[in-house]
Write a protein that binds this ligand. Structure first.
Ligand code: FAD
Length: 290
């Protein structure tokens, strides 16, 4: 099912008739590092009971899962999930990209998350690239395939942008090039997400904006995220993790539960979970919010 259709449908809690709307749930998983597909199968089977509308599969930074990615998609297609493979264009030529997107389409997959990917280094010169920014990739995919295209959004501004306003102008280029949904970077402060949605809507962008939720497992993980992305960590969350490092998973789950409750209470009707292939924590969260 295509992104437009998925996010225009309304979901209801079973046994509650059409009265209580249920948020649409989706999951991000990544290709197993040791090529052991069975562990990914186990994760996906466990998550099936939450009736996800979509499962997205990450693409290794700088194309590291290039060859592996289509093979994994072939193996998990039988699980009958609505799949949305990620794809980054940073280190691929136009010909390689065309081969890849056609291969995905030929598998019967209907969606793709089109990303530029991180710069390979701080002084990287983009001028040699066939595609410099994700909007060019979106335009190419839109032209060459019938895939429905999702793109990334950054409620706290992408790390390379000078301002959130500038970053949202660039987001608009992706939508104008044919993207139909925005999947956000993880965030911990919902007010930042609400403000982001307001700014995006003010620019006339009407496609669904799906918030990315990541349950925290440790302080180390948080510090890594801050280094890689522009994500603020609430003072009280950090303090708790510092004080009770052995309870980090419990703290992370409780924080995510209250974050999701607040999003749902504020009318958000879709949540995208970065599982990091640890479905145990995501299951605990979903058992509490659904
Ligand atoms: P772009 O939209 O191209 O933006 C990159 C920067 O350039 C931004 O600062 C933007 O404001 C600016 N910009 C955009 N267009 C223009 C333009 N035309 N002119 C000038 N400036 C412009 N990475 C992976 O390697 N694999 C993954 O599987 C993966 N999955 C992700 C999933 C989600 C939900 C998110 C939020 C991110 C993911 N990433 C992944 C990370 C992503 O690749 C990086 O954040 C990358 O640095 C930017 O990719 P983008 O598609 O947002 O780039």
């Amino acid at each position: 099912m295509e992104l437009q259709e998925i996010y225009s449908q309304k979901e209801y809690y079973p046994n509650c008739g059409l009265t209580f709307r249920r948020p649409k749930i989706s999951f991000e998983v990544f290709p197993p590092k040791d090529n052991d597909i069975s562990s990914l199968f186990d994760e996906l089977r466990l998550l099936k009971k939450y009736n996800p509308v979509l499962v997205s599969l990450t693409y290794g930074a700088n194309g590291t899962s290039k060859n592996f990615s289509v093979e994994i998609l072939k193996s998990i297609i039988g699980l009958e999930y609505n799949l949305m493979p990620h794809f980054t264009c940073m280190v691929s030529t136009k010909e390689e990209i065309e081969r890849h997107i056609i291969a995905i389409e030929n598998l019967g997959i209907e969606n793709i998350l089109a990303l530029r990917g991180d710069l390979p280094g701080c002084c990287y010169d983009l001028s040699e690239n066939d595609f410099k920014y994700a909007n060019e990739l979106v335009e190419f995919i839109h032209h060459k395939t019938t895939l429905s295209i999702g793109v990334a959004g950054y409620p706290e501004c992408h790390i390379e942008s000078k301002s959130l306003e500038e970053d949202i102008q660039n987001l608009k280029r992706k939508i104008d090039s044919g993207a139909s949904a925005i999947f956000t970077q993880l965030f911990f402060e919902n007010d930042k997400f609400y403000r982001y949605v307001e700014l995006v809507r003010n620019l006339g962008i009407e496609v669904p904006i799906i918030p990315g939720i990541m349950p925290i497992r440790s302080l180390k993980q948080i510090d890594k995220m801050i280094e890689m992305a522009n994500v603020a960590v609430p003072k009280n969350l950090r303090e708790q993790l510092e004080k009770f490092p052995n309870d980090a998973k419990k703290i992370g789950v409780e924080f995510a539960i209250s974050q999701c409750h607040d999003l749902i209470d504020n009318g958000v009707d879709a949540l995208h979970f970065f599982t990091l292939n640890h479905s145990d924590m995501v299951s605990e969260i979903l058992d509490n919010i659904l």
